[in-house]
Design a protein around this ligand. Structure first.
Ligand SMILES: Cc1ncc(COP(=O)(O)O)c(C=O)c1O
Length: 442
């Protein structure tokens, strides 16, 4: 019988094979809501889906198509988090930290491995936005400085730029989109880089409001050529695609651990390149963890990205994140990148066949954020109807995507975001539910 405590508990082998997997054994659940469906081996040659799903308690409860909101935690992630809370309660918070310092250090090591960086370049943050605003706070903006960004950037980043405009008088320039709908026009953006010499170039890899994948590495090549500071929001791409900071050519990169990495909530990170560290960038509000108070009138920032962290950490969450990143590395980012967007493509295809449903995602190969509108429905009642069917989804509104939704002439959309542990059957169930509801409005 398979060990169901964790798909990774009994073996260091990756959970995918070159050959199609054996038909899955029936799974014994400890407290079965429903036996986990054995998944058709032919459709999923790279994954032992039954084991992955048995490792994910939420799979027994819901059809979770809200991974772009928050992925379902796997058992080892949950266990690492709970174990540490218990240890803190048993021996004391500071003492628990000391006892688990090696595992805690793996937060930085595992994320560094995931991104092709070194642990010294990684800082923990309470969220992707926390990481992003810390990074922005390190830039000494002056009136007239330009922030060059795109029309499909994350809402909170855009609000932060507007706040910088209000306080420091920076100018915000949006590069135009390519007419073919593939995202930002990189040639036009490069021309703007040369014309404005921006203080900061900022791009979101995959925005929250659609499956568009922006060409962040192409943008990065221009930034490197022109020696411009480049900040990438990889919140929706980390865990869904391999993300390599060298390949992207970014100076700073932010993400959360809770979405496609399937970590606990209240976590994120910031990658800070050696270039940026050596140039002396430091966050505006630096504390005793990020700096040493070496004389009454003088502090010295630490050499590493820890300069962007604070002294206090939620260590149970940090340990859960490290477990989640190790899990993602074991499942295999390249294999995930083949399966997850493919599940989304199947869903998009099904939805396109439904009268009254309009899918909205641009680009030749969109990510696993499937967005659509449904004629005759308002946003919240539609989501509530899916909730009743135990299908998790999310909504996006015009205020999340002022440019994109104006271009698409929509005020809201439904967002469905599968992940590798979802099944083709679930995709069809979700498409069926949307179709049934769309019919009922007509
Ligand atoms: C593209 C993108 N960037 C940033 C964020 C913000 O992440 P957090 O809520 O961890 O601050 C999100 C959240 O949905 C996102 O989709």
């Amino acid at each position: 019988m398979r060990n169901h405590d964790s798909a990774f508990a009994s073996s260091s082998e990756p959970l995918f094979t070159a050959e199609p997997a054996e038909p899955a054994e029936p799974v014994e659940a400890a407290d079965p809501v429903e036996a986990v469906q054995p998944v058709e081996a032919a459709g999923t040659p790279e994954f032992d889906l039954a084991a992955l799903r048995a490792d994910t308690p939420g799979c027994e409860q819901v059809v979770h198509f809200n991974n772009a909101g928050c992925g379902l935690m796997a058992r080892p992630v949950l266990q690492a988090t709970l174990d540490h809370l218990q240890l803190e309660a048993a021996i004391g918070g500071y003492e628990a930290h000391a006892a688990r310092s090696v595992e805690i250090a793996d937060f930085h090591a595992s994320i560094a491995e995931l991104l092709g960086a070194r642990p010294r370049n990684i800082a923990f943050a309470g969220s992707a936005t926390h990481a992003y605003t810390k990074a922005l706070s390190a830039i000494d903006f002056h009136p007239g400085d330009v922030i060059l960004t795109t029309r499909n950037d994350f809402v909170s980043n855009q609000i932060a730029f507007l706040a910088l405009r209000k306080r420091h008088g920076v100018r915000i320039v949006h590069a135009p989109d390519h007419p073919d709908g593939s995202g930002v026009d990189v040639a036009a953006m490069a021309a703007l880089m040369r014309a404005h010499r921006p203080r900061l170039v900022a791009a979101t890899h995959v925005p929250t409001n659609s499956g568009l994948v922006q060409p962040v590495a192409e943008i990065g090549r221009h930034c490197r050529e022109l020696d411009l500071l480049y900040l990438v929001d990889a919140c929706q791409s980390v865990g869904q695609y391999p993300v390599d900071v060298e390949e992207i050519g970014c100076d700073l990169l932010t993400a959360t651990c809770r979405k496609f990495l399937r970590g606990p909530r209240g976590s994120g990170f910031l990658f800070v390149s050696d270039r940026v560290l050596e140039a002396g960038y430091e966050p505006l509000h630096i504390d005793m963890h990020g700096a040493r108070w070496v004389a009454p009138g003088y502090y010295r920032p630490v050499d590493t990205a820890a300069r962007f962290e604070e002294w206090e950490f939620p260590y149970a969450t940090v340990l859960g994140c490290a477990a989640a990143v190790r899990y993602a590395l074991r499942v295999g980012p390249a294999a995930v990148a083949r399966r997850t967007p493919a599940l989304a493509a199947r869903l998009r295809e099904r939805l396109r066949e439904v009268p009254g449903v309009r899918t909205l995602d641009g680009g030749a190969a969109p990510a696993a954020l499937v967005t659509c509108t449904i004629e005759g429905w308002q946003a919240r009642p539609f989501k509530a109807a899916l909730d009743e069917r135990r299908i998790n989804s999310a909504l996006s509104f015009r205020e999340f995507a002022q440019f994109d939704f104006a271009d698409k002439e929509v005020d809201w959309c439904l967002r469905l975001s599968p992940h590798y542990y979802n099944t083709e059957d679930e995709v069809d169930t979700v498409a069926g539910a949307v179709a049934e509801l769309a019919r009922s409005a007509r």
